[in-house]
Design a protein around this ligand. Structure first.
Ligand SMILES: [Zn+2]
Length: 141
């Protein structure tokens, strides 16, 4: 018996998330500049959006600017995922508190959780609306 493999097709939801992630990164970059916010500069490699509260556990904060810092991968972001006690991770957290204007990580987290409690569920409808909104923001509207 022959097994037919269906061509792998991304769900429309997967495509929407990819599109929205890309647009959201561009909007944050437009607002905050090219550089890494952790190290005050443009010398860092692979600078991108770092979510303070992770996307998997906090999906409604995926496109929340307050939950984002622009951080380089090997100078900051990587360590917060893989070794939170590493100096680079410790420094990143300290700098994030400065950027966000909080004294402790607990206060920052509480603040973000309050935003999450009011945030909408990211249905496909929401993701489509978000896409249009982000496109407008990029155009400068
Ligand atoms: Zn950096």
């Amino acid at each position: 018996m022959k097994i037919y493999h269906r061509k792998i097709k991304r769900s429309s939801r997967g495509e929407l998330l990819i599109d929205d992630d890309k647009l959201f990164s561009q909007v944050i970059k437009k607002q905050r500049g090219e550089g890494c916010e952790i190290h005050f500069g443009t010398k860092c490699d692979r600078v991108g959006n770092m979510h303070l509260l992770g996307k998997a556990s906090h999906p409604r904060l995926r496109y929340c600017p307050e939950n984002i810092v622009r951080a380089c991968w090997f100078g900051a972001h990587f360590w917060t995922h893989h070794d939170s006690e590493n100096d680079k991770a410790v420094n990143a957290r300290k700098r994030i508190l400065e950027i966000k204007g909080f004294q402790t990580w607990g206060e920052l987290k509480d603040h973000l959780l309050k935003i999450e409690a009011m945030a909408e569920k990211h249905t496909n409808f929401y993701l489509n609306m978000k896409k249009a909104q982000l496109e407008q923001e990029l155009k400068g509207a």
